[in-house]
Every structure is written in structure tokens, then in C-alpha cells.
Design a protein. Structure first.
Length: 316
């Protein structure tokens, strides 16, 4: 799903949400959950709920290049923007010769039974696990990328890329990826950049290059280290559990306001407004900034977008 497209420094920048990418990387995490520290609780929950399915994912780890065989393969540019059902349908239509052409880069070859087993696991995983997951992730990641798009337009594509990962550097006229070795790409050779976000990519620095294209994947951390209910979640729900604060949020969702402006619109004292804003600020639902002698408050809509997913992770 393309969210925006513009040109910067002779590069076409395409901000996207790619459900197929997120699904395969989630399978990659399940196949090696110990490596992905910020998704261990999620992986443990899925493994407990679907032990046989997760075992099948792990068993096919080698045959599928750790489940990155599609997004790392030569057909990725054709499949990148597909919806998941469309991708599964396309995989099912490929004969065994087309399938082996696709996975040739992995050094693997499959018989029909092996190919059918991989497709079956993908289909079962999507229907039993990721379909629900994706309904929660889509609006959240789309909102994240809309925010990042504004940052990118303001900073420029190369400065935005610098913030993707500490091992991605922009040095003069080239990009440097520090992975198992240094990979250098000249800016002049890059004609298109796909910019996206993922809740599963951490700790990887993602590197994809094909025909003048690069993919930039910004990590979005969703999992808490605490075993108990995270304190910040309690603060959020406490902040939302008050009629006056909800009315303040409704006002702030229409635009940035000062304490004085909120007080006038609601007909309550500035001291009362300040008390409620302090609670909203502690919960991370508003951001404040100085404008002359006044303090302005801005509502952080992405925190609300993330509540369904936070609740799902916390309770399931």
C-alpha cells in the first residue's frame, strides 16, 4: 500500500506499508525467537497457542532461507506491494520450475511436495495467526509512516535515512551498511527508495538492493521488558478514564491549544485544566512546547492508534 510518493535529490521516495514483508519477517522471528529480544513475549504466546504450526515454521527454516526467501528473492519487486491473499494465490499458481527459479539464489531445490508444504504453512499461519495480527498492525504502521513522511520531507531523504539504524551511515556521496562487512552504495546510483516501518525487524539492519532500488525499514518497538502489566499502560488507561480529560483530548484532536484556550472553551479554571494536562502528559498522550509566554499542548494521535495492539500484546 503506497502512502505517499515524492522526489528528493533525484531519488523517488515511496512511503509504503507492506503486509507481505511484515508477515514473512514475523515468521522469521518465530523461527529464531531467541535472536529477536523485543518480540520474545509475542513469539512465546504464539508458540503456546499454535505449537504444531510454529514447529512446522521452524522445521522449514532452512528450506525457506529463514522465511525470507520471497523478500530476498528475484521476484520481490513484483510481489512487494501485494496483499497477503494475493501473494499466496500467486505462489500457488507457480509451477515447480518457476518456484525453483525463484529460490535458486538460496542454493536450495524443492520437489512438489516440499513446495506444497511451504505454501500450506504460509496459508495456515496467515489464517490462524497473522490475519488478526495484521488488522491491528496496519493502521498503526500506516500512521507511523505518515509521521515519518513529514519528517523525511522536512529533513531530506539522506538525513532521514541516517536515523533508521545506528549501523546505517550516510557519508558524503554514499550510504554505508555495516553488517557482516561494509556495504557501500553511491547515492548517484539510487533512483528509488522504499521507506517502511516494521515491528519485527529489530535487531536487523535490513539491506535490499535491486536495479537502483533500496528499502529502508524503520524499527518500531512494541514489546515491553516487564513480565507484569507495564506501568505506562496503566497510566494511559487511567488518563483516558476521566470525562473531563476525554473532552480535553477531543479538543486537542482538532488542533494545538494552550492551557488558557482550553480553559475558555471548557469553562473550567486554568488550574483544573493544568491538572488534567499533567496526567495526560505523564501518560505520554500529549506533548507540550513553548509559544512565547504560553505553553501549547499537542495530542499524540499515534499513542491512541497503538492502544489496541498494546492491549492485545499485554492480555493475550
Amino acid at each position: 500500500m503506497v502512502l505517499d510518493k515524492f522526489e528528493d535529490d533525484n531519488v523517488e521516495v515511496v512511503f509504503v506499508y507492506l503486509p507481505v514483508w511484515e508477515m514473512f519477517f514475523s515468521m522469521h522471528v518465530l523461527a529464531d525467537s531467541e535472536h529477536h529480544l523485543y518480540r520474545r513475549r509475542w513469539a512465546k504466546r504464539i508458540s503456546e497457542k499454535e505449537p504444531d504450526l510454529v514447529k512446522s515454521i521452524i522445521d522449514l527454516n532452512e528450506a525457506t532461507a529463514k522465511w525470507l526467501f520471497v523478500i530476498d528473492g528475484p521476484k520481490w519487486s513484483q510481489m512487494r506491494q501485494m496483499e497477503i491473499e494475493e501473494l499466496i494465490s500467486n505462489l500457488q499458481k507457480m509451477n515447480i520450475y518457476q518456484w525453483n527459479d525463484m529460490i535458486e539464489y538460496t542454493g536450495q531445490r524443492m520437489e512438489i511436495d516440499g513446495r506444497d508444504a511451504v505454501i500450506r504453512v504460509i496459508k495456515e499461519y496467515y489464517e490462524r495467526v497473522f490475519m488478526r495480527e495484521e488488522r491491528l498492525l496496519r493502521p498503526y504502521l500506516a500512521r507511523i509512516m505518515q509521521k515519518e513522511r513529514e519528517v523525511c520531507r522536512r529533513l531530506g531523504i539522506w538525513r532521514w535515512c541516517e536515523g533508521i539504524h545506528p549501523r546505517l551511515l550516510v557519508e558524503g556521496d554514499c550510504l554505508v551498511y555495516r553488517k557482516d562487512r561494509e556495504y557501500r552504495y553511491q547515492k548517484a546510483h539510487v533512483r528509488r527508495i522504499y521507506a517502511m516501518a516494521s515491528t519485527f525487524v529489530n535487531p536487523h539492519l535490513w539491506l535490499y538492493k535491486g536495479d537502483g532500488e533500496l528499502e529502508m525499514v524503520k524499527e518500531v518497538l512494541t514489546e515491553q521488558a516487564e513480565d507484569d502489566i507495564p506501568n505506562h499502560c496503566v497510566l494511559v488507561f487511567k488518563a483516558l478514564g476521566d470525562h473531563t480529560r476525554l473532552k480535553i483530548i477531543k479538543l486537542l484532536m482538532q488542533g494545538t491549544l494552550t492551557t488558557q484556550e482550553i480553559s475558555l472553551k471548557m469553562g473550567i479554571s486554568e488550574a483544573g485544566v493544568s491538572k488534567h494536562l499533567r496526567i495526560l502528559n505523564q501518560a505520554g498522550l500529549v506533548r507540550k512546547s513553548m509559544k512565547g509566554h504560553y505553553v501549547e499542548y499537542h495530542f499524540l494521535t499515534e499513542r491512541i492508534d497503538f492502544i489496541p495492539y498494546t492491549f492485545y500484546e499485554m492480555m493475550m
